[in-house]
Design a protein around this ligand. Structure first.
Ligand code: AR6
Length: 180
C-alpha cells in the first residue's frame, strides 16, 4: 500500500528491514547504542562490526533522538539509530518521545541529503508500545513532516515484520489519507 504526501511516497510493506535498498534504514536502538535483540540485533548481524565501532564513538543517544552511522555491509548506505521510548502505561510522555524519534530520524535523513528511508515499527517489540497506537503516531508524524518541512525525500517505507503489524499500519495510513 502506498500514498503520496508532500511530494514523497509513503509505502507499507511486509519484510525484513535489513534487506532494504533505501539510502538509509532506521534501527530501533537503545540509548546506549549498545546493540541488542530484535531489529537492532538483526542490523548489527547483517551489517558487520563497522556499525558498532561507529556507535561506540558516538557514545549514546537520548530517548526521542537519533544518530547516523554508515551502513557497513548492508545494501543501505546509512543506518539511522533512533531511540523510541519504553512503554510505561502511556502517561510518561511516550507519545511525544515516539513522535520525536520518527521526526528526528527524518531530519537526519534530510540533513544528509537522503532521498529514501525505511523504518521498522519503533518501540513495538521489546519496548512494549501498543501496536495500534504506535502505528497512528508513526504515520501522523511522518505525514506531518513530509507536508510541512523542507525535504528532498522521495520515499519513506515502513517495513513491517508480521501481518498484524502491516494491517495496523494500513489502517493508520487509510485514516491519515482520508483526513487530507
Ligand atoms: N525487520 C523489521 N521489523 C522487525 C525485524 C526485522 N528484521 N525484527 C523485529 N522487527 P524491537 P523496540 C519488529 O524489539 O521495541 C533491542 O534490544 C518487531 O516485530 O526490535 O524499539 C534494542 O537494542 C517489532 O514490531 O524494537 C533496544 O534495547 C518492531 O520491529 C530494544 O530492543 C520493533 O521491535 C528496542 O525495542
Amino acid at each position: 500500500m502506498r500514498a503520496e504526501f508532500g511530494g514523497a511516497v509513503v509505502e507499507l510493506v511486509r519484510g525484513d528491514i535489513t534487506e532494504q535498498g533505501t539510502d538509509a534504514i532506521v534501527n530501533a536502538a537503545n540509548s546506549g547504542l549498545a546493540g541488542g535483540g530484535g531489529v537492532d540485533g538483526a542490523i548489527h548481524r547483517a551489517g558487520g562490526p563497522k556499525i558498532m565501532e561507529e556507535c561506540r564513538e558516538i557514545g549514546g543517544c537520548p530517548t526521542g533522538e537519533a544518530r547516523i552511522t554508515s551502513g557497513g555491509n548492508l545494501q543501505a548506505r546509512y543506518v539511522i539509530h533512533a531511540v523510541g521510548p519504553i512503554y510505561r502505561g502511556g502517561s510518561s510522555g511516550e507519545e511525544q518521545l515516539l513522535a520525536s524519534a520518527y521526526r528526528n530520524s527524518l531530519r537526519l535523513a534530510t540533513e544528509n541529503g537522503l532521498r529514501s528511508v525505511a523504518f521498522p515499527s519503533l518501540s513495538t517489540g521489546a519496548y512494549g508500545y501498543p501496536l495500534r497506537d504506535a502505528a497512528d503516531v508513526a504515520l501522523d508524524t511522518v505525514v506531518e513532516f513530509l507536508r510541512n518541512e523542507r525535504h528532498r525525500l522521495a520515499l519513506v517505507r515502513f517495513v513491517l515484520f508480521d501481518r498484524r503489524a502491516l494491517e495496523e499500519f494500513e489502517e493508520a495510513l487509510n485514516r491519515v489519507h482520508s483526513e487530507r
